[in-house]
Ligand binder design. Structure first.
Ligand code: MRU
Length: 342
């Protein structure tokens, strides 16, 4: 693979003294026009970066959340204050909450903010390994599916490793499998066009860009062998929240008999959410929707950042421990148990 695999979306920098430590992220708002880094130096910086999508993607914000918590307790917040401040930065990705919780548990055990930092570093290491395993499981499952449609960005930028859905694509390429990606634009913030098309092209993967509204026609016209997307939160029954527009892809895939996969680590599972009813969906401001010259900026908007795909539309959930299939209550519970036993 090219130089891009050396890019890291989130890197801890010790810098010698507690007060000088920083979390270096790629500023994803600037891509693809400019590859710029941003050094986050306290919890406010981390929360701002997460809320403005300077850092984004469920796995990346899970790792960033752990370091945000570490900064907060270093700077005198109580554990509960630090937990609330950082874990509430965005509501839908349960990975954020899980990342902050791991940092809080480490801090509680050792009473030292460095323990929370170490938890963040472990999250990064595990994510790298889990993305690699998701890639292997997914490439085996989709060995005979060269034409893949994906949505949003789930790659190097959205994780600490090679990605989840996009990790499957990189692994297919690395194994010499034929692969051509259809990348949806992903309105309103264009993660598919700005980030996915950029990182795939940089890595020598053939990519065709299409607007979100064209995806059902691509499926209907027989252009796609499989759809793979990521996850922000998977309920105990398999209902899955992901970037807005995922649900319509799943419906169109089902209608056209094209397999539809989620690829995610088990940290995306929220076992306390029984079904879609228990998944909070982030509503964002209207400016993102009204982003076109001359448009009345006072138009009412409805701008959910995510939607939920009911599990009956999902062919399989590609995880580091294998492909989970219906009935999901059972396969998810078994996978969580397997990991706990390891
Ligand atoms: O709003 P974003 O860009 O953070 O949304 C990201 C997604 O929906 C991804 O598909 C999901 O977080 C999985 S990333 C491995």
């Amino acid at each position: 693979m090219s130089d891009i695999v050396t890019l890291r979306s989130v890197v801890w920098q010790d810098n010698g003294a507690d007060a000088d430590a920083s979390l270096r992220i790629i500023d994803q708002r600037k891509l693809p026009a400019a590859l710029e880094y941003r050094d986050l130096r306290n919890a406010d910086d981390v929360v701002d970066a997460i809320q403005t999508l300077s850092i984004r993607g469920a796995n990346s914000i899970g790792a960033a959340g752990a370091f945000g918590y570490a900064f907060a307790v270093r700077d005198g917040l109580s554990s509960a204050e630090a937990f609330d401040k950082v874990s509430n930065a965005r509501p839908t990705a349960v990975t954020l909450r899980h990342g902050v919780q791991r940092a809080a548990d480490a801090f509680a055990a050792e009473g030292d903010w460095h323990a929370a930092v170490a938890a963040g570093e472990r999250i990064i290491e595990e994510d790298i390994d889990e993305c690699r395993r998701i890639g292997e499981v997914g490439a085996a499952e989709l060995a005979d599916a060269p034409r893949i449609l994906t949505h949003c960005n789930t790659g190097i930028l959205a994780t600490a490793g090679i990605g989840t859905a996009i990790g499957v694509i990189y692994t297919k390429q690395a194994l010499g499998q034929e692969v051509h990606v259809y990348s949806t634009e992903t309105r309103p913030l264009r993660q598919g066009l700005r980030l996915t098309a950029w990182e795939l092209a940089k890595n020598g993967i053939d990519v065709t860009a299409l607007v979100d509204g064209a995806a059902p026609a691509a499926l209907h016209n027989g252009l796609i062998d499989a759809v793979i997307v990521g996850a922000d939160r998977i309920a105990a029954n398999g209902d899955t929240a992901n970037k807005i527009g995922t649900y319509s892809l799943a419906v169109a895939a089902h209608e056209n008999h094209v397999p539809f996969y989620i690829a995610a680590p088990l940290s995306a599972v929220d076992a306390s959410a029984r079904s879609e009813q228990d998944i909070p969906i982030e509503l964002r401001g209207g400016a993102e929707v009204l982003d076109a010259p001359g448009v009345d900026q006072n138009l009412p908007t409805w701008n959910p950042a995510f939607d939920v795909t009911p599990s009956y539309l999902i062919t399989g959930i590609i995880t580091p421990v294998g492909v989970l299939r219906a009935p999901y209550e059972e396969s998810i519970k078994n996978a969580l148990q397997q990991v706990q036993d390891e």
